[in-house]
Design a protein around this ligand. Structure first.
Ligand code: ZN
Length: 310
């Protein structure tokens, strides 16, 4: 059984404007790292476009249609203070969401052990009816909803180790007991949500970390809080919002992880997937803004997926 890899050249053509940290060079750095010989066994796929119906499972249809209609012919269209679209953004957003749908289809269908989606724009801040924080469509939420609607999954877990809390993912599912959302993130930090006290309908598990927390604190949060909560939920498939901006070199936050910490958490999550999910795990790129740290951390993440025993 292989690890599948989904990306699309259109994801490079989403241009967020001069000086923006969420830039095409991020994806180029990840693609370069995963082009090394140790990743030759990846089962590589071009991401299809998600359909409007697939996206509208988690977003208001009017929001999706309006967003796509606002993609500019030239220049940029601002959506909020730090989120903008260029002429290539609509296609990039459809391919990013479509990567999750196709990866879920492949992994749920037994065609791959697990999968990593190297896509942008990222997704976990996108709310049901609002773009936010560099995110247009909530890719991981679209993947989770597809696992339920198209594959009959009854319990889907999403783990989010991006340094920012995934407010959009939490809000989309906080009343839906079929989806469990667990997050480690720096707090206080953008977007401000993610307190321990936010429980949803018993399906939300937030383990915030103070600024300057290191890999030991991160691992403790998984061992003591996140992994036990996931084991109690007994998911049938596990999705990961894989942001690498908790790395100590990242310019947007102040946690102090190393690349090996991302490898460690991926091993633990793959073990959990092997126990509860027949190994079924689909991961997608969220943040990570230091190019070297992003490339090294994503490589550690994907290497651990490839080494996972289903
Ligand atoms: Zn982030």
């Amino acid at each position: 059984m292989t690890t599948a890899f989904f990306t699309h050249p259109a994801c490079l053509e989403h241009d967020t404007g001069p000086g923006h940290p969420e830039r095409r060079q991020r994806l180029e750095a990840v693609l370069l790292a995963l082009g090394e010989p140790e990743f030759a066994a990846l089962d590589r796929h071009e991401a299809p476009r998600a359909t409007l119906d697939q996206i509208a499972r988690v977003h208001e249809r009017a929001y999706v249609e309006d967003l796509l209609a606002r993609v500019p012919q030239r220049g940029w269209a601002a959506l909020d203070g730090d989120t903008a679209m260029s002429p290539g953004s609509g296609e990039a957003a459809l391919r990013a969401a479509g990567a999750l749908v196709a990866a879920i289809d492949l992994v749920m269908g037994g065609g791959a052990a697990n999968a990593f989606c190297a896509v942008r724009p990222p997704g976990h801040h996108a709310e049901r009816d609002m773009a936010m924080g560099f995110c247009l469509f909530n890719n991981v939420a679209i993947g989770a909803a597809h696992a339920i609607a198209a594959h009959g999954a009854r319990r889907v877990a999403i783990v989010d180790f991006d340094v920012h809390h995934g407010n959009g993912t939490q809000h989309i599912f906080e009343h839906d007991p079929r989806v469990f959302y667990a997050s480690t993130h720096q707090m206080p930090l953008y977007p401000g949500t993610g307190a321990r006290s936010e429980h949803g309908v018993g399906n939300i598990c937030n383990a915030p970390l103070a600024a300057f927390s290191d890999g030991d604190a991160f691992r403790d949060a998984y061992e003591e809080i996140v992994l036990p909560a996931l084991q109690r939920f007994e998911p049938e498939v596990l999705l990961i919002s894989a942001g690498f901006d908790a790395h100590r070199a990242d310019p947007l936050a102040s946690l102090e992880l190393e690349a090996e910490d991302f490898g460690w958490v991926t091993e633990r999550l793959a073990e959990l997937a092997a126990t509860h999910c027949r190994g079924r795990l689909v991961s997608t790129l969220e943040g990570g803004y230091d190019l070297g740290a992003l490339a090294e951390s994503a490589a550690a993440h994907v290497a651990a997926l490839m080494a996972a025993k289903a």
